[in-house]
Design a binder for this molecule. Structure first.
Ligand SMILES: [Fe+2]
Length: 298
């Protein structure tokens, strides 16, 4: 359950994806393999066989959207309303967080159910990705820091990006970091946790802060043997709540930036606690509200 499925996109499947009828018989098996991976498999799949330098970035982007719609409903990526974001270093974005920075991103989860990254161009140096299975993280923490499990199962509130308009800047309930069950799940995003603490005018409870330190260290250790490089044309889909994701820092060539296309999907394909389903719904609502009202002034 802990390995990323690797699946070649065959030439006739690639042709179907790029045609006017991408859902035809030629793509049936690929469609079924994607669904099976998420329902009964490891919930992470790396597709290889579409090459943006041959088909063009616009066609690559369309194919990504077709594949994504087989798994769920794409969410807007920002108040600009785009369904696909470009993840690349942008030195002009002074507020750059993960999307526009070239810094390391430690293991974390995002807010939607299924995520995708499609590689248009890798970096000149660095930029390795990793996925850490939630069950490995649980096992490691239970074995080494069992005393901290209760506080991680209790979790903490979730905030939002303070520049966004929001009806719910802080979640009503605490969101667990670790979820037990037949399949272990994880929800860990330090940024949104810090934003909640800031809004509530408090510090994270000491026990939780200690538990999160252990979680961070465990995730870092586990990620070291789970790194891989997304090559040009690689498309990675994974279940956000079943894997932590992150990347190493990278450096671009001056005229050729590393570029990944990102998709966020909401989906009922995999059952998950309502409080997790709410994370994607809330940020989507914030993006839409900001779309109509404009950004909040600092
Ligand atoms: Fe992320």
């Amino acid at each position: 359950m802990g390995e990323i499925v690797r699946r070649a996109v065959l030439p006739d499947e690639a042709a179907a994806l790029l045609s006017d009828e991408p859902d035809g018989a030629a793509s049936n098996e690929l469609h079924a393999d994607l669904i099976t991976c998420f329902i009964a498999g490891s919930r992470a799949i790396l597709l290889r066989g579409l090459y943006p330098d041959r088909i063009g970035e616009a066609a690559f982007e369309r194919a990504l959207l077709v594949l994504g719609k087989w798994l769920g409903v794409p969410s807007i990526q920002s108040p600009n309303g785009e369904l696909i974001a470009r993840v690349e270093h942008n030195p002009d974005d002074v507020q750059a967080r993960g999307t526009h920075s070239h810094d390391e991103l430690q293991g974390h989860t995002d807010l939607h159910d299924i995520l995708a990254l499609a590689c248009v161009r890798p970096a000149e140096r660095g930029g390795e990705s990793f996925l850490v299975p939630a069950h490995e993280l649980h096992d490691c923490l239970l074995a080494n820091h069992g005393e901290g499990m209760a506080t991680l199962r209790e979790g903490y509130y979730f905030g939002t990006n303070p520049v966004l308009q929001s009806d719910h800047p802080v979640s009503e309930d605490k969101v667990p970091v670790l979820f037990d069950g037949e399949r272990k799940l994880v929800c860990w995003n330090g940024y949104f946790m810090r934003m909640a603490a800031q809004s509530r005018g408090e510090q994270l409870p000491d026990a939780l802060a200690r538990g999160l330190d252990h979680l961070r260290a465990a995730a870092m250790n586990l990620s070291e043997r789970r790194t891989f490089m997304l090559r040009e044309g690689d498309i990675l889909f994974w279940h956000n709540w079943s894997w932590l994701h992150g990347r190493t820092a990278f450096q671009d060539q001056s005229n050729q930036r590393r570029r990944l296309l990102r998709l966020w999907l909401r989906t009922d394909l995999i059952d998950r606690p309502p409080i997790l389903a709410q994370r994607g719904a809330r940020i989507d609502a914030d993006h839409r509200l900001t779309q109509s009202l404009g950004y909040r002034l600092p």
